[in-house]
Write a protein of this length. Structure first.
Ligand code: ZN
Length: 168
């Protein structure tokens, strides 16, 4: 039986509304359920890059240290995909503000991160650099990758509909 996840809509909106291309807020949940697929294949090197980032403990350190970790991940992902995506950090990055103003300028390959230092937000915006405007593809790529590389954090996002941890 496939695992079904539901997500706290507020948490989901937190990282879905980053680029101005999202679906209406009340569609987030419906779009989320069904996109998790533990058999999803990633380009060779992707999982390794993000696992290495996870091991670098991106939640730790001051803003400068965190920025360096995100830049290192971006460099690794760029190398895997042969891309030249850049990242900038808004003045309010790594504060407790919403990361919802984070965005990706797809045409120029720029990610701008805003508000809370959020791994899943970064992955979501990189997915737009990779896959373009399609919100579904961006969510699918980033959330499956997040689940595989930050399983405990992912489980905190996922609930079984009663605010309990996800069951697998
Ligand atoms: Zn998006």
């Amino acid at each position: 039986m496939p695992t079904r996840y539901s997500i706290n809509p507020d948490t989901l909106a937190e990282f879905l509304q980053g680029d101005g291309t999202v679906l209406p807020r009340n569609n987030h949940h419906a779009n989320w359920v069904g996109l998790i697929n533990d058999d999803m294949k990633f380009k060779r090197g992707v999982l390794k890059a993000v696992k290495r980032f996870a091991e670098s403990k991106p939640y730790r350190g001051n803003r400068e240290a965190k920025e360096a970790k995100y830049r290192a991940l971006l460099a690794d992902l760029n190398a895997v995909y042969g891309l030249d995506v850049n990242v900038e950090f808004d003045a309010d990055w790594d504060t407790d503000k919403s990361s919802g103003a984070s965005r990706c300028y797809i045409a120029t390959g720029y990610i701008v991160l805003s508000g809370r230092a959020s791994v899943v937000t970064f992955l979501h915006e990189f997915a737009h650099a990779l896959h373009g405007f399609c919100e579904r593809r961006a969510v699918k790529w980033s959330m499956n990758l997040y689940k595989r590389t930050f399983p405990r954090s992912f489980a905190k996002l996922a609930t079984n509909g009663n605010n309990h941890m996800a069951t697998q």
